[in-house]
Design a binder for this molecule. Structure first.
Ligand code: FES
Ligand code: FES
Length: 220
């Protein structure tokens, strides 16, 4: 038979402490047990949430109407967001700030915007940037540097192959491609090969002299 007087008896301080400690531990264990089943789904939901927030932030930061693309220019990968109608020329100059490539006519008629795509010369004003992913683009900045001029750049300086200089990077990029193409040795071959590059200053004689000097040195 239970002793009621025992249950009614006030607890000592130590007894109260032990009971509270027990209840606290029991409560914590209960909470842990109860939440163990939902902790993993909650964590997964948090990850999904943060991923969708990041995607949303990216979407919100994007300029409406742009598309993300990756271009390889002068050996470097560039992730950019552009208007899907943007040309390579505008992307180089305005997005990547590679202003060595010049805009003349913007219609494929002057050659000022000549670059190399996979080693072939091309008018960058006629190419959609979004269609040049996975290709190797080379601009005048990738051909040589002020410290280490490409032989053609050095020849243009030596032979005064420019006046205003606006057509020069296009002329040099065309001439650099010509060095890899099959052309005869005559001046007329250089003129024909560079006929798509217009020089409004009329520096043609010196341009031809520069290219010929470079070709002679290359075959010497
Ligand atoms: S600017 Fe491209 S050909 Fe004139
Ligand atoms: S050097 Fe001026 S356009 Fe050619």
């Amino acid at each position: 038979m239970s002793d009621h007087s025992d249950e009614q008896k006030p607890l000592t301080a130590i007894e109260r402490l032990s009971r509270r400690a027990f209840l606290t531990r029991a409560g914590a264990a209960g909470v842990a047990t109860a939440t163990a089943g939902v902790a993993a789904p909650l964590a997964a939901a948090a990850v999904v949430d943060s991923v969708s927030q990041a995607a949303q932030a990216l979407h919100e930061n994007s300029i409406p109407g742009t598309v993300p693309i990756t271009l390889r220019v002068n050996g470097q990968m560039h992730k950019v967001e552009i208007d899907p109608r943007a040309t390579v020329l505008d992307t180089l100059r305005e997005t990547l700030h590679l202003t060595g490539t010049k805009k003349g006519c913007d219609h494929g008629q002057c050659g000022a915007c000549t670059i190399h795509v996979n080693g072939q010369r091309a008018n960058s004003c006629l190419l959609f940037a979004a269609m040049q992913q996975n290709k190797e683009i080379t601009t005048i900045e990738g051909l040589g540097s002020p410290d280490k001029l490409h032989p053609l750049q050095a020849a243009f300086v030596e032979h005064d192959g420019y006046q205003c200089g606006y057509c020069t990077s296009g002329q040099i990029m065309s001439a650099a491609a010509m060095l890899r193409e099959s052309w005869g040795p005559a001046d007329s071959d250089v003129k024909e090969a560079l006929s798509g590059n217009i020089c409004r200053c009329g520096a043609y004689p010196n341009i031809v002299a520069a290219v010929q000097a470079c070709r002679r040195n290359a075959t010497a």
